[in-house]
Design a protein around this ligand. Structure first.
Ligand code: CAO
Length: 542
């Protein structure tokens, strides 16, 4: 009898059981997934350490478990497994990352074939992104894989992408694990190429190039060519994080086998998690010609496909990754968030005079203040005053998660598209610090060098079109944030002071908010609070 124990969870404890994949009486193979755990960062399947029959399970969905907890008993070939338990439970990810390798790196797959050197497979070009998080590892040592097979799923806050092997063969070892941060060129896999499919070191040298070759191991370095990588990250694989789909690796695998886009499937599990049953139900519905139940209200009629060439000359201009990710994020936001925009205007005549004075004062230090950093200070104070604006709705829609930090994203127009650097702890920084930080980050964003980490963690967004023009617009809330402020161009207006019209510089504010979380009256109060702070920034100090 083997005691089933939770392996090392890489430091995580009290991790939620979100799926039980087997029942007592089931015959399981060694390495077969038994239960699925999920932290807020990752999903992991806990495999059987031996083949046998499940005798009992002592956990249920919703339970919290930690490394070493017993979760059941297995009747079967316990040899080896008991030993492992006696030492210490193996790491949960070990199965997918460092499982025992095949005997010799240099060995050929078949005695008749020419020996083929093992190769290191590197992460392909990620469209400029660096330090992107690995959210799934889909292969293990010993797996025979195709060139097109997905090895890793990466996720930035803009998109998730599946990284294919690029070459067929047998996995010797996997060099990364869930939670790691990777960049183009990092080795993800050591692979024994399938016979007849080997990339010779010579041929490979031209297209590869990232990590050092280890001569002693007779390995060669290969990388999936950049063009291939772009081609293998089709639009369908780019999902906005807001539309993040909760599904374990086994479910994702099943979905791939059926060719099902997980974004189209409603999850019946906790946190709208998609289960195998959901996939099967979806496939059945599609086969019966029934309309699929869809998540996020996306079952809208498709826009008709038009042959524009019938009406005149046309040409194609492919969207880059940033624009495609933005398109998906905007669609997700539009479909999921019932939003309303509140318009207002703030008298910034005094603030503008103050700004000009400060610009003269700081000119020698090369610092130039625009209106944006002052507005950021006003936003930070208003967010402290109205905690529901500095919050996110929980995934089940049952509660608000209130944030005790004030990080604000600022939309920056770049040659490649819209990027949103996040200025952290705005409430604790001076206007000068914010000015310098925004200048630096906007510059990096325009150069395409802004690290992903600098685009994460925002609580609220600011979109300023005031440098361009316009009187008002309706910015789209960036979920899971619940509000965004748009700034249009300030202009001199005749304002009635009770006895006469006086010329004042008025800044148009457009506050869009998630009406599930914020009521209209609350939004009007928030907006008025911003107006008060911008009219006299001394109020921010009070
Ligand atoms: N009213 C009047 N003038 C304004 C203004 C406003 N609301 N906002 C900026 N200006 C002025 C600035 O003071 C500056 O003038 P001077 O050079 O004479 O001082 C000029 O317009 C240029 O400003 P800017 O927009 O380049 O710089 P900024 O600090 O105001 O904004 C940033 C920085 C990063 C927000 C901006 O450069 C940017 O990228 N804006 C676009 C954001 C965007 O695309 N939003 C849409 C998102 S949804 O598609």
């Amino acid at each position: 009898m083997t005691t089933l124990k939770i392996p090392d969870l890489g430091g995580a404890s009290q991790v939620e059981v979100i799926e039980i994949l087997v029942s007592p009486g089931d015959t399981v193979e060694m390495e077969q997934a038994l239960i699925v755990l999920e932290t807020d960062k990752a999903t992991m399947e806990i495999p059987a350490e031996a083949a046998g029959v499940i005798k009992n399970l002592s956990v249920k969905v919703g339970d919290k478990v930690s490394s070493g907890d017993v979760f059941g008993e297995l009747d079967g070939d316990a040899s080896g497994a008991e030993e492992k338990n006696a030492e210490s439970a193996p790491a949960a990810e070990q199965k997918t990352t460092e499982a025992p390798v095949q005997p010799a790196v240099e060995s050929a797959p078949s005695p008749s074939a020419e020996p083929v050197a093992a190769v290191d497979i590197a992460i392909p070009d990620l469209g400029g992104s660096e330090q992107v998080e690995v959210i799934e590892v889909q292969v293990s040592a010993g797996d025979d894989i195709d060139a097109e097979q997905t090895v890793l799923v990466l996720e930035s806050d803009k998109a998730s992408m599946e990284i294919p092997a690029g070459q067929a063969g047998t996995v010797i070892s996997v060099a990364v694990k869930t939670g790691d941060k990777v960049s183009a060129g990092d080795v993800m896999l050591k692979l024994q190429p399938a016979a007849g499919n080997a990339v010779s070191a010579e041929n490979n040298a031209a297209e590869s190039a990232v990590a050092e070759v280890a001569p002693a191991e007779k390995t060669v370095q290969t990388t999936v060519a950049a063009t291939a990588a772009t081609a293998t990250i089709p639009a369908a694989d780019v999902r906005s994080s807001a539309a993040e789909v909760h599904a374990g690796p086994a479910v994702r695998k099943l979905a791939r086998e059926f060719g099902v886009d997980l974004a189209q499937v409603s999850g019946s599990g906790p946190k709208q998690r998609i289960t195998k049953d959901d996939i099967q139900r979806y496939v059945k519905q599609r086969l019966n010609g029934e309309p699929a139940s869809v998540s996020g209200g996306s079952g809208i009629p498709a826009v008709p496909v038009v042959d524009f060439a019938k009406f005149g000359a046309v040409s194609d201009s492919p969207l880059n990754n940033i624009k495609r990710a933005t398109a998906r994020a905007m669609t997700t936001a539009w479909l999921n968030v019932p939003q309303v925009t509140q318009f207002d205007q703030a008298d910034i005549t005094d603030l503008e005079n103050y700004r000009k004075q400060q610009n003269e004062r700081y000119a020698r230090q090369g610092i130039k203040f625009s209106i944006v950093p002052f507005v950021l200070k006003a936003i930070a104070k208003a967010l402290e005053d109205f905690p529901s604006f500095n919050a996110s709705l929980s995934a089940d829609g049952e509660k608000l998660i209130l944030k005790h930090y004030v990080h604000v994203g600022v939309a920056v127009d770049t040659p490649k598209g819209l990027l949103v650097p996040v200025i952290r702890d705005v409430n604790q920084k001076s206007v000068t610090q914010i000015t310098q930080e925004l200048t630096d980050k906007a510059e990096l964003a325009r150069l395409g060098k802004l690290p992903l980490a600098d685009m994460q963690g925002g609580c609220f967004s600011l979109s300023s079109l005031g440098g361009i023009g316009g009187t008002a617009f309706t910015p789209i809330v960036n979920p899971p944030e619940v509000a965004i402020l748009g700034l249009s161009k300030a202009s001199m207006q005749p304002i009635w002071d009770g006895t006469a019209f006086i010329p004042r510089l008025m800044l148009p504010l457009s506050l869009s908010y998630d009406h599930r979380v914020i009521d209209g009256a609350e939004a009007a109060r928030f907006s008025q609070r911003l107006v008060m702070y911008l009219q006299d920034l001394r109020n921010v100090l009070m």
